[in-house]
Design a protein around this ligand. Sequence first.
Ligand SMILES: [Zn+2]
Ligand SMILES: [Zn+2]
Length: 896
Amino acid sequence: MKINIEERKNIAKTYDPKQVEDRLYAEWTAKGYFHAEIDCRKKPFTIVIPPPNITGRLHMGHALDNTLQDILIRWRRMQGYGTLWLPGTDHASIATEARIVEAMAEEGLTKDMIGREEFLKRAWEWKRVYGGRIIEQLKKLGCSCDWERERFTMDEGLSRAVKEVFIRLYRKGLIYRGERIINWCPKCRTSISDAEVEHEEKEGNFWHIKYPVKNGDGYVVVATTRPETMLGDTAVAVHPEDERYKDLVGKTVVLPLMDREIPVVADEYVDKEFGTGAVKITPAHDPNDFEVGLRHGLPQIKVMNDEAQMNENAGRYKGLDRHEARRRIVEDLEKLGLLLKTEPHVHSVGTCYRCGTVIEPAISEQWFVRMKPLAEPAIEVVRNGAIKFIPERFARIYLNWMENIQDWCISRQLWWGHRIPAYYCGECGFIAVEHEKPDSCPKCGSRNIEQDPDTLDTWFSSALWPFSTLGWPEETPDLKYFYPTDVLVTAYDIIFFWVARMIFSGMEHMGREPFKYVFIHGIIRDSLGRKMSKSLGNGIDPLEVIEQYGTDALRFSLTIGNSPGNDLRMSYEKVEAGRNFANKIWNASRFVLMNFDDKPDFSRINPDKFTDADRWILSRINTLAAEVTDNLEKFELGMALQKIYEFIWEEFCDWYVEMVKPRLYDRDSEGRTEAQYVLNYVLGTAMKLLHPFMPFITEEIYRHLVNDGESIMVSEWPEFREEFCFPEAEKRMMLVMEAIRSIRNVRAEMNVPPSRKARAVIVAEDEEDRMTLQNSRNLFERLAWASEVLLKPDREGIPANAATAVIPGAEIYMPLEELIDLGKEIERLEKEKAELEKELERVGGKLGNPSFVAKAPAKVVEEERNKQVKYREMYEKVLERLDGLRSLRSSKGAGK
Ligand SMILES: [Zn+2]
Ligand SMILES: [Zn+2]
């Protein structure tokens, strides 16, 4: 794979990612560089990928998440760790099942028509065809995953782990089956967990309804935001210490519309201060009412079916959709004179995170994980710092969630997923929880046994991902070597879904934390800070970006300016900046290579021939290596890239390459080989530091440079080298560069073209500084267009009319008449003056016209006023400058 000497100078004129990226990726794969071997001499470094859904197509969020992981992985690999990045995909039960159902609908088929077995055949076929798509897209992104270890949440090994966990938790009493209020999505037709419910502020009403007290004793008024649930009311509750209702407790009220008699109960759950202090109790449709119902032995009446239509318990409203039922019920109450008032009310409404449908809390028999005992060690391990969140503030969010955790509803009324390993006896009702279906009931011997039809929440299997992928429950060598993993990289939006569940699962089943760091990044927004969405049409497709600008440019744009935990603004400008950077690197590298000897021999370089410029750049990249390493250790990836970018662009390309040109152009110059050596070394080191961020261009350049390795991927990460630490040379070069920069600034301010050379008189009191500047005269001539440089210890004899620049330790004077042509400059300024006078007159006329000021839009008047201020300022400056130049001309004239 190494290129030979002839090829070195034939490096392409321009950088074309298309000619490079796929070729290099294929070579890396063929060489096995991504594959991790267990090597006890090396410290392991492991990341498990957040498995993308098989329904997924690479979006910017994935691109960001995986770029960050690849940076960490490539860096640690170069540092010599036993590095594993374990990839895989998630079966994504709800999302995938929805796709299959959609596809079937086009053929006029439903799940019930084809049955479970046929449905699963279709799902697996779908997975076979589309499941690998996102993996191929991750490869386009340059991800250096160990593809030999790719896993899938429903592959054989992981499915065994899922069953094992279910059985163990069931036997410990940590998984139970019970009736609870769950979040029901009528569209997805399944229960979903609390974490999957999104809360939105919605405008609604508080309906105040009169419930007549039996035997004509007046009314009790309750308020509700969901009147349709009243059909399932089984009580009215008041606070036991509420004086207003003392006499009412124990009495009976008549449920309007249903004419059902229900009791008034006293319960401390009721808030005396809220509303009327009396609340309706609907145990089958509200989690709090459910608890009240249990305390008072109230019946549970479900009034809706799975599609959120009113059912047979809803009397005359049976068959109506819940929204229509609400409308009719309110109407009927009004007719009966039982609606006291309707009060507009903004309240939080739970919606399904997948489809956005309003969730219907409903009673249901489901499987649950008992969370409190599992949460304890998961809280402790974050409190004691064994797991650290980056940035730290997310630990508080995590802890707050875990400390208030509710039991986790894990059963889903779906077919695609891990089927619950519970078997029910049709005779005696015994539940057997086993790996395989028992032949007969262990209790009564009956052969009438059915498996639970439900599947497990997708997150049940992804919670096991850090150890199930390494072979658990077997004690595999992989598990021993690579677990616990090192870093989990993820966006903040799945801390509860996934991160929290991996932590308690790791603690419960492995007895150890699943990872040491949780590196949280933000979500991608557009340049205006809005979320990227289909409806706004502001999304950027990473695959299109790769096609157009190359992967390195995309990765650059996702990393630069990125700080842990914060959202990232993405724009084509950033991608273009990445592409421009790649081009800058390419052009500088090409220049370096073109100026190498045919057979450069660096074994005989003489460090004594290093110039200050050589020592400065060697010292600078030395410092850069140390700083970048430090930034990476702290997960400051954006800052690390910013430093590398500035070093390559400014210090290396704009300064050093310019400084060494004369030594390269002159074949006989002293220290020519040394210059080539330094160029090769610094460029090579810079490419290594940049490699994790922009893997392709760095590899391509590295191979053209003189080096011993065959790939930058397996080269050594640059370390700080004592012998390349030159603080004195750095200080001297800083002075020279500062002086050159200030001369350039003066010239730019005065619009002096490079063709016009001017003397520079530099006054520096310190003798050493004078020596330094004196020794760099050739740099001033080439980089600051100085015709001549004079060094002086004091100001004696410096030109009177000179442009001046002051830098720490020195003052620089450039005779004005050498910088500009007085006559021409005065002429130009006079023209400018006349134009400004005309403009001022125009604006003044407009603003002096009362009808304009009165009639024009305020914004237009404001603009004119701003213009006036600006023109006045410019006018003053022109006058001042003209005065200065005129007096200069007359003093010169007088001197003659
Ligand atoms: Zn839904
Ligand atoms: Zn039985």
